[in-house]
Design a protein around this ligand. Structure first.
Ligand SMILES: Nc1ncnc2c1ncn2[C@@H]1O[C@H](COP(=O)(O)OP(=O)(O)OP(=O)(O)O)[C@@H](O)[C@H]1O
Length: 609
């Protein structure tokens, strides 16, 4: 799988990766805004020729004036003024065009990145620190993705100007070529400084990500109450300061080393500059250069100061942009590699046998030691409601995630009838699944969309939406909200309605009720945020509805709950312990066995009496 990080800028592989990155950012600009990208590239690349030409006219003007040829002198003055005016006009125009092009490209790149990250079907990459670090690095550098045509145009322009300057200087005295040589050394130093910065950014990525997460924690309304009750602000601030300080130290050290290198480069350039001036004076005294040529050479040499500064700056920007492009390339390859998982096999249209787990063992990616699920054998018959119970950490949610296709078993088989689910594309399988999770999403849309996205084909059908809300005991929500189904929910809208945690969870439950004929219904603690009385009622209702649906369609419903009193509505109970199936059978049978399940049930019964 080609999901390795982009190589560093050192070495052949690094150069290739940078070149590919450069091509990628240019492609982004041209796909986002072809017309403006072309105009920006051409205007930035050709404008500097006008600046050189204006100076050449000046040299000719001085010689013409020296010869007493007034009419030629006037002509050269006019040509110089016109060239200069045109150059300034093109500059203004190119700045406007490039600003719009950058805006459009940034928008396009943001959409593409969201799509690449969200289309990865599984969740395993969230376990992978290398993925998270690279994504953090890409987030930090992402504004450079939009600058493709802009920076390449500027770099080409300054190169064109430098080449024209070099050619003119060589005509006056070949020794003057020492100045561009000194310039190249200065450039190499600048380039090395940029590499140091990039390496430091990679090293600091983990600390920067942690600092950002801590900042989000400190400013998020979700954690606000606990932070206050436990007085956690100083701890979080201290940890944030630690991470920031470590990242700052890494970046500062690279900056210092970069500064030394840049200073050295400038010292070399200044020596070359002085030598060039002395050479021009010598050429005039030897009579090998005219006054006009001396003026031209001096203007070119003094202009070179700014030109080199621009060359170093644009080359740095080009490298930074190429690196951002290489990171984006990596995300594209990673996302594509993660997506090529299905083999064209489709899930059955209807279950006749059920869902079978054979020797399913699972470890989270990047972990070793005892597996979270250990050789699990289970048959969940078609048309049944199965309850998954067990202590905290027993592996219930993990089993649900495997059933939903978020992860693949480390070993063993997962079958829907006789179809091996590892051969089915996760998206194709999930189109047949509906689910509600303990960690439900608070989708800040209108109530209509929050529920409707559960089944887009019925998203505009008010009866379907109200029916789903009723099933989640939230039928009154649409009536109580000011704009009914069209009420925007959440604080990202200026007038968004604020829902309680339980109300949000009910919207997630209603969303799951929108799919009419799923093969698998997954409910992982779907009522954890709902008050005890409503929870009991809701679970009872859900289990009964699930029972009717599964009987009618052959689907399997799996529900994880700690509320065992509702489980007499389930057909089968799976009691997980340390990742193994400890007990399995109908509720009454497990009670009669008098093992762990029966003890837990009795404990809860007494507690709720
Ligand atoms: N993303 C993850 N990466 C690594 N280990 C994980 C991850 N998620 C869960 N685990 C580990 O897997 C084990 C089972 O977790 P799981 O969430 O499946 O348990 P559970 O039975 O659903 O627990 P609970 O009742 O508390 O929700 C735990 O030991 C947990 O530490």
């Amino acid at each position: 799988m080609s999901t390795e990080p982009p190589q560093g800028t050192a070495g052949t592989k690094g150069e290739l990766s940078d070149l590919r990155g450069l091509r990628t950012v240019l492609r982004l600009s041209f796909v986002a805004d072809r017309r403006r990208a072309t105009a920006t590239l051409l205007m930035f690349a050709l404008r500097p020729l006008g600046q050189v030409l204006a100076v050449v006219w000046l040299g000719l003007l001085v010689d013409a004036a020296g010869r007493g040829d007034t009419s030629s002198a006037w002509g050269y003055a006019l040509a110089s003024a016109l060239t200069m005016g045109l150059t300034v006009l093109v500059m203004r125009l190119s700045l406007n065009v490039s600003a719009l092009m950058i805006e459009n490209t940034a928008h396009h790149a943001d959409l593409r990145m969201q799509s690449l990250a969200n289309r990865i079907p599984g969740l395993g990459h969230y376990e992978n620190p290398a993925y998270l670090d690279r994504l953090e690095h890409l987030r930090q550098e992402r504004q450079h993705l939009a600058e493709g045509a802009d920076v390449v145009g500027l770099e080409l322009g300054v190169l064109v100007r430098t080449l024209a300057t070099v050619a003119l200087l060589a005509l006056i005295s070949p020794w003057l070529l020492l100045l561009p040589l000194a310039t190249l050394l200065s450039l190499a130093a600048g380039r090395h400084a940029e590499r140091l910065r990039q390496t430091a950014l990679t090293e600091a990525a983990a600390d920067l990500r942690r600092a950002r997460d801590l900042f989000q924690l400190a400013s998020s309304p979700d954690a606000a109450m606990e932070l206050r009750v436990f007085g956690l602000a100083p701890t979080i601030e201290a940890r944030h300061a630690d991470s920031t300080e470590r990242a700052r130290a890494t970046l500062a050290s690279a900056n210092w080393r970069g500064l030394w290198l840049t200073t050295l480069g400038w010292a070399v350039f200044s020596t070359g500059y002085l030598t060039a001036l002395l050479l021009v004076v010598a050429a005039y005294r030897n009579g090998t250069a005219s006054v006009g040529q001396v003026v031209l050479a001096l203007l070119l040499i003094t202009g070179m100061n700014l030109q080199i500064d621009l060359l170093v700056r644009f080359t740095k920007a080009l490298l930074r942009m190429a690196r951002a492009g290489a990171l984006y390339d990596w995300l594209e390859r990673f996302s594509a590699a993660e997506r090529v998982t299905g083999t064209g096999v489709l899930p059955p249209e209807r279950l006749t046998d059920g869902i079978t787990l054979r020797g399913v063992t699972f470890r989270y990616p990047g972990t070793s030691g005892t597996p979270v699920l250990d050789a699990v054998d289970l048959r969940l018959p078609a048309g049944s409601v199965v309850a998954l119970v067990g202590e905290n950490g027993a592996g219930k949610s993990t089993l649900v995630k495997l059933l939903a296709g978020f992860y693949r078993p480390t070993s063993g088989e997962l079958l829907a009838d006789d179809v091996d689910l590892t051969a089915v594309a996760p998206e194709a399988w999930r189109a047949q699944v509906t689910a509600a999770f303990q960690d439900f999403a608070r989708l800040e849309f209108t109530l209509r969309d929050v529920v409707g996205v559960g089944d887009l084909s019925r998203a505009e059908d008010p009866d379907a939406l109200i029916g789903a809300l009723d099933q989640a005991a939230a039928g009154d929500l649409a009536e109580r909200l000011p704009l009914g189904l069209d009420t925007p929910l959440g604080s990202s809208f200026p007038d968004g309605a604020k829902l309680s945690g339980g109300q949000w969870q009910k919207t997630a439950l209603a969303r799951s009720a929108m799919r009419e004929t799923p093969l698998l219904l997954l409910f992982d603690e779907p009522t954890s945020a709902i008050d005890a009385v409503a929870e009991q009622e809701l679970l009872d209702r859900y289990l009964l509805t699930a029972r009717t649906l599964t009987r009618a369609t052959g689907a399997v419903a799996v529900i994880v709950t700690h509320r065992l009193s509702t489980l007499n509505h389930a057909d089968l109970v799976v009691f997980l312990k340390h990742g193994k199936v400890h007990e399995f059978g109908p509720h009454q049978e497990l009670l009669a066995n008098g093992d762990d399940y029966a003890r837990l049930f009795e404990l809860q019964r007494r507690a709720y009496r």
